[in-house]
Design a protein around this ligand. Structure first.
Ligand code: DAH
Length: 334
């Protein structure tokens, strides 16, 4: 057996190693359990003891040499691959989500009312008939109670509905907290609607209620004007038009000067300079009484407005259905 010839072949092969895969293959081929070196040991077993000793030692020291070399190569290969990483490259951008525009706007509205001393509260989305209707002076037989008529309420099991407005929270909190009260209640409401650009079966409202001993329509006007100016970040005028809601007397439909054209007339306000924005009024004495309070002593105003509507006006969104469309192109703009 020509040991030096074997050594030369191995050395030559070793010098040609270019990457860690070749290095692994090399180790396996020569040093592995079924590798070439083992085979050599098998071949020398018939030699004399003396010969075995000499060749054995020679092979062992050769194997050690190779192992040392392998370690060295391993290190340089590792170093090379580290150098291939360019640490000056910009990081891969990870896309993060953000709050839905309706949530952003709801929080903004809440903040403004909080600055005016209102507390933010929540009411249940599943309401009983009494709170959703009766307590608000909407008697049985009133058209708003008919699921297919004015109110468009979703009826659940006996006595329960999906609230069709946030107004039931009024009597809930009168009973719970008493008076004086200065609260807003934002939340989801549900209506049996044919959907179109301005109607959804599910949208958000915010209810406002202020009860005290000396409240007038002037307070209502002042609070709402202030709110709208803060919200649209510009001077806004409002006007009250007489209207009808069973839970307020008098009742108003409130318009604001168009935030797009500042009242000059544009397509957003149908050239009128005014946009209808909310319903409001002085709380009906029956409602105060249903809230367990003395209507002679406690008077106040209430209002309800659509958060979806306010968001659409603020960002000039032309269709309410965008909000629940799940369209990322739309959502990423906010
Ligand atoms: N609840 C009414 C609706 O959903 C809005 C409303 C009108 C709320 C007048 C009020 C109010 O508190 O005073 O259409």
């Amino acid at each position: 057996m020509d040991i030096s010839k074997i050594k030369n072949t191995i050395k030559k092969e070793f010098e040609e190693i270019k990457n860690s895969k070749e290095l692994r293959d090399f180790s396996k081929k020569y040093l592995g359990k079924q590798g070439e070196i083992r085979k050599i040991f098998g071949e020398i077993k018939d030699m004399t003891l003396e010969e075995k000793k000499v060749i054995g030692q020679e092979i062992n020291s050769f194997v050690k040499e190779i192992e040392v070399e392998i370690n060295k190569i391993e290190k340089t290969l590792k170093q090379d691959s580290l150098e291939k990483i360019d640490s000056s490259l910009p990081p891969i951008e990870i896309e993060t989500g953000h709050l839905h525009p309706l949530t952003q706007v709801r929080r903004e509205i809440e903040n403004i009312f909080q600055l005016m001393g209102f507390s933010v509260l929540e009411g249940p989305e599943v309401e009983d008939l009494w709170h959703n209707f009766d307590s608000l002076n909407i008697p049985e037989g009133h058209p708003a109670r008919d699921a297919l008529s004015l109110g468009k309420t979703f009826y659940l099991r006996k006595n329960l509905v999906l609230r069709s407005h946030t107004s039931p929270a009024q009597t809930r909190y009168m009973k719970k907290l008493g008076a004086p009260l200065r609260i807003v209640i934002p939340g989801r409401v549900y209506r049996y609607e044919r959907t179109d650009a301005s109607h959804e079966t599910n949208f958000y409202q915010i209810e406002g209620l202020m009860l005290d001993e000396n409240i007038s329509v002037a307070n209502l006007k002042g609070v709402l004007e202030r709110f709208l100016q803060e919200f649209f970040k510009k001077k806004i005028k409002i006007r009250l038009r007489p209207s009808y809601f069973p839970f307020t007397e008098p009742s108003f439909e409130i318009d604001m000067s168009c935030a797009v054209c500042s009242g000059n007339g544009c397509s957003a306000c149908k050239k009128t300079g005014w946009v209808e924005i909310l319903g409001a009024g002085m709380v009906h004495p029956n409602v105060v009484e249903n809230g367990g309070l003395d209507p002679e002593k406690w008077k106040g105003f209430a209002f309800g407005m659509s958060i979806d509507r306010l968001t659409m006006m603020k960002y000039k969104i032309n269709d309410i259905r965008w909000f629940h469309s799940g369209n990322l192109k739309f959502l990423k703009q906010f």
